[in-house]
Ligand binder design. Sequence first.
Ligand code: G3P
Ligand code: CA
Ligand code: CA
Length: 303
Amino acid sequence: MASWIVVSAAFASINLCLSIREMEYFSPQSCKELMHRYKTTEDGLYYLSTPSGTVYQTYCDMTTAGGGWTLVASVHENNLYGKCTTGDRWSSQQGGHANVPEGDGSWSNTVTFGTAEAATSDDFKNPGYYDITAEDVAVWHVPNNEQVNQWKQTSFLRYHTETKFLNSYGGNLYNLFKRFPVKYNVGSCPADHGPSVPVVYDVGDAASNHNLYGPNIRAMTDPGFITFRALNYEKAAMAICSGVKLKDCHTEHCCIGGGGHFPEASPRQCGDFTSFDWDGYGTHAHWSASKQLTEAAVLIFYR
Ligand code: G3P
Ligand code: CA
Ligand code: CA
């Protein structure tokens, strides 16, 4: 007993006395660094550090396509009937209005929220979103409220990019969205969409991903891509169109996140999952997405 106290006290004093430089040495800044420096091969929750020494916990996928994937964000829809209301952190919690063109601004600011463990039950954004320099992204669609140890088994879509496209956009989505602001009235569709990047599926496939959207928007998209910063006919901006490349501008039925103003029938399309419910919640008819897609969080990883 006595020796346990001495040992734990010694560890406590070591932990309390670490300088930022030592923190950097001991705490990796990404799951990729964790994997390479410490030969860590297990999926799960780990502690990472920011360059300035803030320690945070997130999930590392150490096995998919070589591993080293850091969870940096999740987009969760808590209430599709609320239109840019509480919980719409990836669009606007301030109502839908032209006076708040960027909404909450989460795609290109350094505000963080949520916890890794709650990433399928609420929005999550950690400092890795803006301070990790990465090359590729992975996306998982995981049913709402699943516990961490169930994410991998219950995810019905998992895919990743392999083109190292982030090298051309500042090394992460924070910088990409600085270049392509998720903000109302910054450009026109289709001329000013951000990049569409081909994806490789780890769970599901391009067709099954496509099929989860409503038939109307399916006819206006090509499967097998992820698109960043889409615009619609009314100049509303959205952040991510998961699994598709756009051929038309009714993008609000297949893209998530957004600025603070969606003029068409405002504020009906405003919210984290935009207008997935245009023809009814989870009906999977006309423009509406399936219930499965509507009730699943979108987890975003970097490597
Ligand atoms: O995005 C769909 C909307 O612009 C038109 O909807 O109901 O007239 O087919 P609707
Ligand atoms: Ca949300
Ligand atoms: Ca429309």
